[in-house]
Design a protein around this ligand. Sequence first.
Ligand SMILES: NC(=O)c1ccc[n+]([C@@H]2O[C@H](COP(=O)([O-])OP(=O)(O)OC[C@H]3O[C@@H](n4cnc5c(N)ncnc54)[C@H](O)[C@@H]3O)[C@@H](O)[C@H]2O)c1
Ligand SMILES: [Fe+2]
Length: 375
Amino acid sequence: MWTYSNPVNVIFGTGAYSKLADLIGGRRYALVTYPEPPFAELAQRIESVAGKPVLTIDDVAPNPDYTLLEEQSGRFADLAEPIDVIVAVGGGSVIDSTKVFAAAGGNFGNVARFLETKAGEDALSFLPIIAVPTTAGTGSEVTCWATVWNEDKGKKYSLAHPELYPETALVDPELMLGKPLGLTLATGLDALSHSLESIWNVNANPVSARHAVAASRLIMDALPQLVRDPGNLDLRTDMAEASLCAGLAFSNTKTAIAHNLSYPITLGWGVQHGIACSFTLPTVLRSVIGIGGFREAALNEIFGTDLNAGADRLTQFLSDLGIGARFADHGIPADKCADIIDEAFAGERGKNFVGTKDNFIAAAQQQNVIRLSAA
Ligand SMILES: NC(=O)c1ccc[n+]([C@@H]2O[C@H](COP(=O)([O-])OP(=O)(O)OC[C@H]3O[C@@H](n4cnc5c(N)ncnc54)[C@H](O)[C@@H]3O)[C@@H](O)[C@H]2O)c1
Ligand SMILES: [Fe+2]
């Protein structure tokens, strides 16, 4: 027996942004976005048709962190007018920050307590969210969780609650045309990681697997073309669709071992999320050969019947995009690898993984991806 559910209303297509005012529908809204000029223009476009927001948070920084989130959440307290809905126009950092604001009710302490102790759910308040992604990567527009970073303590938390599913995901690929190359690459690989991680996952089901197969195939076809032709709207549309499908897949499974390996690598060595969670994918793929069932069938649909050859092709795909498969390629010293791997397998996302640590280490050593002192 299995179940699949996702409550987000999806509106997708070039020009979809013009529907935003209808979606706000006269409600009092807050707008959350980045400080850069293209986003001020997008904010202006909404304001001209939907009226002025009650509150604008336009200083979202990449990787939402405790310090800024606390200060920004406070701006929602003591407003002259209450807010009915929060509109997020941006990538994962904007949508995830919005989920924090939606839950904090003006007091970030409520969210911090829930993140750190899993207690205090009653103190959370859930405002509806309209998510307008401007990156094709995180899938946050169709998930009910947000990644929250605490750099001072070197920790990463996941805020997760069913009430945090956005009411609507408004996906307009045109908003993604201006994405710089590095961001296009990192976010595209994040989406690939979400789709594959949802397959080698204890929570996978046949519907999540269908979404994941569609997403992975589309990304492996479109992303290399897009980095050569970043102004191509058709390819941007393919990546937006793939990222959405990956989101629909992992909204039901969460991520797995490649993501859990990535968090200390991002915190410790500053490797961008999308790169950190994708360079291990060929090794993870090799380590799950033989798992059988619909999961291996899904991997076969993406990589062919010979998954070792598929892992070679995935390594080449990443290498062609400039991403090395070895930990050392990302600046991680050999003496840190064992601890990173041990902790990743022990954590919650690690436990979502259907494979084993022994098989992962064997695959990594066989391909010279890691050198452990015991090897
Ligand atoms: N909630 C989830 O399920 C989930 C999943 C994966 C990652 N994440 C989190 O999301 C964050 C990363 O999000 P992201 O990769 O979407 O990037 P981001 O939101 O951090 O944005 C990075 C930079 O890209 C710029 N940018 C965004 N869209 C642009 C556009 N269309 N044109 C030009 N510049 C643009 C922004 O100004 C920003 O400086 C991380 O914190 C990560 O941990 C969350
Ligand atoms: Fe991710």
